[in-house]
Design a protein around this ligand. Structure first.
Ligand code: HEM
Ligand SMILES: [Ca+2]
Length: 676
């Protein structure tokens, strides 16, 4: 031992100096050395355990590494096939870094990876795809047996206890959220056709399931189905989604492409391809093309007859055209929103033209578009998200901060979000829409499911205004563990045919999660930093024991529960309208769509940034301004998504004429000459 310390001279200088300054002899030094050694050992063990835990929380990507963590709550997402997509399929894109306006297809937002967030690029995955064959076949339970039928899950867990709890929010929350959903996400059905180009119904066509892989998503209705069995309807002919293979881009594991731009950029108003955008433009005064309704009001243009139409669209007399016509026509609510933002665009274009008579059609179009997009982004982050995930959560997550653009953030939509978490809001779909006049009288009501894919009611008389008024004045349905009875049974029933020819939206959502290969609920919950459930009993922290017991009867293991099923059953978090895992997934997504968007309205120092004076105006625009500008509704509430009884709180109703005047003076050319 002594000899060890005799060779002290060979030690590094610093250490030797310390030793020389202390009067340690070899014995205490040995003692301290041992202590330091033990402390180091403990330190390394702790680090090892932490790292192991982190690895378990975020399973490694198949092809690409995790993104940097931006905040302690942020999910380190995996981006499974984006690099493969870049190498094998991405088109070459040349960007102009000085371009002032975002491109229609979303490319060139990120100047390093120009296709990030563009339309027809892969959805992001937070966790690896979960398929039986690791590739495409729908997942099985952990014991190898098939998952329970999605319809059976709905009937047993949700449908039988369907009650209608009303909310303090109004119905407007629904169509605006839906408009947003289809701005961000566009998964397309892979509709099978036979050799005569006739669309095949995967349920009724006996051979279809053997012939077409698309038909694997058929959902079996149980023999004791409360609605369908007495009419001898034993299945729902759902079809799988288009994959990258349909875009001549064979990626492994199966990759789904977003048909819309991933950004919040009103792509469902303007289109996600240049061809669509051009078709939708009037090419005059910067305005969008439109049609005229009964009373001379402006509506979306009619859709030109397409050669091929999915079966659902064939039974309608006419369809409106828009940036996402399939979803834009889906129900009267989203139809109102599509119309509202088309009108708002044309309203702004008209105002800008009055201020700048010499501006070209292109400049008027792009400037109006830029203001419309900024308006939508502002409503989402200022008014919508605080209701959905809660203001505090939004603050903690860092979503509220201005000017947070970071080119390393991937702005893509995650499948966990689009095919599960956002769809939790399907629970707020009411049964009916009320038509209301400015005297607050309900003049009629229509079942939403009776008018799916049939926007024919919209342009009749003053229906548009009355629907909008009805949205503002009718209490919404609270998020709860069920969808309403109609949407759970009569979705897309054929006009003229009985309602029971329809489908079940909740079963469809469960099936869609399986189609895109989502991991089960507990894995995603754990990814959000919540405890990993190892048994059904462990679910009790967030799910009611009564529901756990039902899940036990349906699923073999806690590890088999479908994501959306768990999300819908979770206790609602304080200050939010959704549970903690949904909150976490939504927060993650909306952090991306902001921090990953170079053209986000509050980003400064970019060619597309608003001038400080323009920015001040943008910050004043609310959904109230939009409604007042584009409709005959004459009063709106300040908290636009809150239900305010006009009898009790007449002062909280603001008069459109007085309160919601919009001026775009800051866009006059003399003020903004360098930028235009
Ligand atoms: C009356 C209102 C609504 C109806 C009838 C409705 C119905 C539907 C249907 C039928 C689908 C396609 C399901 C599939 O094949 O996978 C869908 C998809 C979707 N819905 Fe809704 N929905 C409504 C409102 C909402 C709302 C309020 C939200 C929430 C923000 C929402 C979010 C979504 C999302 C994110 C998708 C997936 C979009 C995609 O990736 O293509 N929906 N909805
Ligand atoms: Ca978009």
């Amino acid at each position: 031992m002594g000899s060890l310390f005799q060779s002290d001279e060979n030690k590094p200088l610093l250490e030797r100096k310390i030793n020389s300054n202390t009067k340690w002899n070899s014995k205490p030094f040995f003692k301290w050395g041992l202590i330091i050694f033990v402390l180091c050992l403990i330190f390394f063990v702790v680090i090892f355990v932490i790292l192991k835990n982190v690895n378990q929380q975020v399973p490694s990507a198949t092809t690409e590494k995790s993104q940097t963590t931006k905040h302690k709550l942020h999910i380190s997402s995996v981006d499974t096939t984006y690099n493969d997509y870049l190498m094998q399929c991405a088109p070459r894109v040349k960007c102009d870094p000085n371009a002032k306006y975002r491109r229609i297809n979303g490319s060139c937002n990120n100047l390093v990876k120009p296709t990030l967030g563009a339309s027809k690029t892969p959805f992001l995955r937070m966790l690896k795809a979960n398929y039986a064959d690791g590739y495409y076949e729908l997942r099985n339970q952990t014991n190898g047996s098939a998952l329970p039928s999605a319809r059976v899950v709905d009937i047993n867990v949700f449908l039988t206890r369907e009650k209608y709890h009303v909310d303090e929010n109004n119905v407007l929350l629904l169509p605006f959220s839906q408009l947003l959903a289809h701005d961000l996400s566009g998964l397309t059905n892979d509709v099978p056709e036979n050799e005569f180009n006739v669309v095949t119904d995967c349920c009724t066509d006996k051979n279809a399931r053997k012939t077409f892989s698309q038909c694997q998503l058929v959902v079996e209705n149980p023999p004791d189905d409360p609605v369908y069995s007495k009419h001898n309807i034993f299945c729902m002919g759902l079809v799988r989604s288009l994959t990258s293979r349909n875009y001549s881009c064979p990626l492994y594991p199966t990759t789904f492409m977003n048909d819309n731009t991933h950004f919040i950029d009103a792509s469902n108003v303007y289109g996600s391809t240049d061809t669509d955008a051009r078709r939708l433009r009037l090419m005059e005064g910067g305005r969008l093309n439109f049609s005229i309704g009964d009373n001379g009001q402006m509506f979306c243009p009619y859709q030109q007859k397409k050669k091929y139409e999915p079966v659902e669209l064939q039974h309608t007399s006419f369809q409106y055209d828009s940036g996402d016509p399939t979803n834009g026509n889906q129900n009267l609510g989203i139809g109102v929103m599509q119309t509202a933002f088309l009108r708002f665009h044309n309203y702004i274009a008209f105002k800008l033209m009055a201020l700048n008579p010499y501006w070209s059609d292109e400049t008027l179009y792009q400037e109006s578009r830029r203001i419309v997009i900024a308006t939508i982004q502002r409503i989402v982050y200022n008014d919508l998200l605080p209701i959905i995930i809660g203001e505090d959560y939004q603050q903690i997550y860092g979503i509220n901060k201005e000017n947070i653009y970071d080119p390393t953030v991937n702005p893509s939509m995650a499948l966990e979000l689009s095919s599960a978490a956002i769809r939790v809001l399907h629970a707020i779909i009411p049964v009916q829409f009320n038509f209301m006049n400015n005297e607050y009288e309900i003049t009629s009501s229509e079942n939403i499911t009776d008018w799916m894919l049939r926007p024919v009611l919209l342009p009749i008389k003053d229906n548009f205004d009355k629907l909008l008024k009805g949205f503002l004045e009718t209490p919404g349905r609270m998020v709860q563990p069920s969808y309403n009875f109609y949407i759970s049974n009569y979705l897309f029933s054929f006009p003229g045919k009985p309602r029971y020819t329809g489908r079940d939206l909740l079963a469809l959502d469960i099936a869609r999660g399986r189609d895109v290969g989502l991991q089960p609920y507990i894995k995603v919950k754990h990814l959000c930093g919540l405890p990993l459930a190892k048994s059904f009993a462990d679910l009790e922290d967030l799910i009611h024991i009564r529901d756990i017991n039902k899940l036990k009867e349906l699923y073999h293991s806690v590890d088999d529960i479908d994501l959306i099923v768990g999300l819908l059953l979770e206790k609602i978090s304080d200050g939010a309208i959704v549970g903690p895992t949904t909150q976490c997934l939504i927060a993650d997504g909306f952090y991306r769509y902001k921090a990953g968007d170079r053209f986000f309205y509050d980003v400064q120092g970019q060619p597309g940034s608003f001038t400080p004076e323009q920015f001040k105006i943008i910050k004043k625009i609310t959904l109230g301004h939009v409604i007042c500008a584009i409709s005959n509704v004459n009063h709106v509430q300040k908290d636009i998504f809150k239900l305010v009884d006009h009898n009790l709180f007449s002062t909280s109703k603001l008069k459109c004429d007085d309160e919601f005047y919009l001026s775009f003076e800051e866009w006059t050319e003399s003020n903004d000459r360098q930028e235009l």
